[in-house]
Write a protein that binds this ligand. Structure first.
Ligand SMILES: NC(=O)c1ccc[n+]([C@@H]2O[C@H](COP(=O)([O-])OP(=O)(O)OC[C@H]3O[C@@H](n4cnc5c(N)ncnc54)[C@H](OP(=O)(O)O)[C@@H]3O)[C@@H](O)[C@H]2O)c1
Length: 325
């Protein structure tokens, strides 16, 4: 039996990555789509072969009333995720939500509670966990093959042409670079570090927003300390292009991931200066495959709601000195 999945939102990630990846996942298919605009919804449904007889919806409750629908993939702006997830759970649909799962902790907890009460899977879409090179490196780190983990540094930036991006304004976003890519850096750091280093026990933040002088982070520097004393740093910005890079420092050696952050699943990884071989795969296919398997097998997904909430908590703390909006 195939899992019928609805796409909520027809934007960049839904159109360019998620729908094409879903088409490659065994045991699942794009069933229907939610768009504010019926023409955009129809074009999306046709482009990606949505399988329902009437696949286009402009009303979420109408989409969720479909008995043949099993799950939703939430690919809308960040502040819409919580209400859409809770509505889906109450309709007994499983949820794979884009990151960050919510824009505050109360909402993230409400999403977890709604999915638990309904007995549906809640997964958070941190696709970098299915970059095969990062996955191989994480396995080595978790086995202690680099020695004792001491420090991780992650840098992922972009150059925004202007501030006409929903992430820059408070209506449907709460963070800019931190939500766009900083949350991925944080997820990678948490994935590598928490098994051996424990939870985050200290955090310091530097948020700069002086170019467009809007409410949200333009450049964000976040430093973290874990229970073991190990530390980590995140540098994210929408003001400049820079090498996308993650560095992992341990007591025996260090690893460097160059240009691996992104949708492509490629880039160069070295350990102690020596190249680490890995197969380039589409990370979004892995992410959706894990979600489908979690639903099918009744198990937790790789990144569940509780892990998504811990990520949100750190993002919230990162801007705690910045006025709430
Ligand atoms: N994991 C990743 O690699 C990755 C990459 C990029 C983004 N994301 C996440 O995916 C989500 C969507 O990001 P995106 O870059 O795809 O954004 P986007 O291109 O702006 O698309 C968002 C879509 O949501 C729908 N939408 C509903 N209400 C909206 C509103 N008030 N304002 C704007 N759009 C609205 C729109 O579809 P309709 O116009 O058809 O209603 C829009 O096309 C975000 O949570 C983001 O963090 C993840």
């Amino acid at each position: 039996m195939s899992l019928n999945i609805a796409m909520l939102g027809t934007g960049r990630i839904a159109d360019q990555e998620l729908a094409p990846a879903l088409a490659r996942v065994d045991g699942a298919q794009l069933w229907s789509v939610l768009s504010r605009d019926p023409g955009r919804g129809k074009a999306f449904a046709e482009r990606h072969g949505a399988a329902a007889a009437s696949p286009v919806h402009t009303d979420l409750q109408h989409l969720l009333a479909d008995d043949e629908l099993d799950a939703v993939l939430i690919a809308t702006p960040d502040k819409l995720h919580a209400a859409q997830c809770i509505a889906a759970a109450r309709a007994a649909k499983h949820v794979l939500t884009e990151k960050p799962m919510a824009t505050d902790i109360v909402e993230a907890q409400a999403m977890i509670d709604a999915c638990e009460e309904a007995g549906v899977v809640l997964a958070v879409a941190y696709h970098m966990r299915w970059h095969a090179g990062h996955r191989k490196l994480a396995g080595m780190v978790h086995e202690g093959r680099l020695g004792t983990l001491r420090h991780v540094r992650a840098q992922w930036t972009s150059l925004a042409p202007n501030d006409q991006n929903w992430r820059a304004s408070p209506e449907v976003g709460r963070w800019w670079g931190l939500a766009g890519v900083g949350t991925h850096c944080l997820d990678q750091i948490r994935w590598l570090m928490t098994p051996s280093c424990g939870e985050i026990v200290a955090q310091s933040n530097l948020i700069s927003r002086e170019v467009w002088k809007g409410p949200h982070d333009e450049t964000a520097l976040v430093s973290l300390q874990f229970e073991s004393g190990a530390t980590a740093e995140i540098c994210t910005s929408v003001l400049f292009n820079a090498p996308k890079r993650m560095e992992v420092f341990a007591s025996d050696t260090y690893a460097v991931c160059d240009d691996t952050f992104g949708p492509h699943g490629s880039g160069v990884i070295t350990i102690g200066g020596e190249p680490m071989a890995y197969e380039v795969v589409n990370p979004y296919v892995g992410e959706i495959t894990d979600f489908v398997a979690a639903v099918r097998d009744g198990r937790a997904p790789e990144v569940d709601g509780r892990e998504g909430l811990r990520n949100v908590a750190t993002l919230v703390a990162a801007v705690s000195d910045v006025a709430r909006h």
